[in-house]
Design a protein around this ligand. Sequence first.
Ligand SMILES: [Zn+2]
Length: 238
Amino acid sequence: MKNSRERNNRKTFLFPIIALFSLTFSAVLALIMVGGDETVYYLKQLNFVPDEKTVCIDPGHGGESSGAVLGSRYEKDDNLRLSLLVRDILTDRGYTVVMTRDKDSDVSLSERCRIANKARASLFVSIHRNSSSSSSATGMEMWVHSTKPTDDALLAQNILDCLDVAGISQNRGIHSGYREGADKNYYINRNTKMPSVLAEIGFISNTDDNKVFDESLEKYAKAIADGIEMTLKEMNGA
Ligand SMILES: [Zn+2]
């Protein structure tokens, strides 16, 4: 008798907890289903306190992942060359720069986001080079999350404006979502907790863009650093 009463008591005690847990779980699930990416974007930033002086630079690809290729030219190398210069400029200006890679190594997309989130970076900039089957495609473009969050769009605009002043073949503007579907997102834009942008710095498939890239490497690095610094100041009300 005693044992069955104890069991009943435990059941009475557990029921409200299970009910509350189920309700909360259903509510979050419903929010994600109704709000879609907007809710996911909001949820990812919950409880995140960024460090104002820390930024994360992400040189796209690396190691086994070459990215786009033109002959013996690999996107991963161009991305790293430019990213290291951006790092040096920002470090000289007193910022803490966290790199997702600083050599030719394989780093998964989830690891890249984990590095940035763990470092509590204020901004995340992923540096890539574009490619097209049409060798005449040229210019630079920025990619932000499909919901076009204010600070992400600001970061993209500032970097692109600074690059435009430095001299680019064509300004292809700011895009949201993913190349193969506006409702989808680049992994890094979806999984970093801070404002982020994926920057396509010219077409590796275009020899003129490559020539300008090589000649303007330092100017481009300074432009990206300027865009980042401008955004940090605007975000922090300086
Ligand atoms: Zn790439």
